[in-house]
Design a protein around this ligand. Sequence first.
Ligand SMILES: N[C@@H](CCC(=O)N[C@@H](CS)C(=O)NCC(=O)O)C(=O)O
Length: 127
Amino acid sequence: MASHLYGNYFSTRSQRVLFTLEELEYPYEWHSKDFARGEHKALPYVSEHHPFGKVPAFQDDHVKLFESRAICRYLVARKPGHLTPPFAGTSSASLVQGARFEQAASVEQSYFEPPLEKLGFELIFKK
Ligand SMILES: N[C@@H](CCC(=O)N[C@@H](CS)C(=O)NCC(=O)O)C(=O)O
């Protein structure tokens, strides 16, 4: 069964998942949600795919996910390869590498994306 990505090409969070799918050569079908028509706020999309009425949302067999970073991590775990973080095991070196990865991921989500989202809106989308 093919996987399905529900998103919008202008949505940077949809692009995050699209890049990961393409990079992994993971088979998927694209389902565009038109913001202007409110398709992401309509039933059955909200009840079946995204309870907050946002994009992206993803389905793989019976697994349904939303939140772009969670989807990307799921995809990388499903298809281990060049995107797999280079740590495993319980040695102290890999524990530190894992903690550094989580630290960087948290910095990106907490301190990088929020101001960048505001800047992107002001400088690009508002026009
Ligand atoms: N934390 C979520 C953010 C999802 C999100 O805010 N998506 C935006 C597009 S980038 C959206 O759906 N906006 C439409 C709306 O809020 O009505 C993720 O990473 O997936």
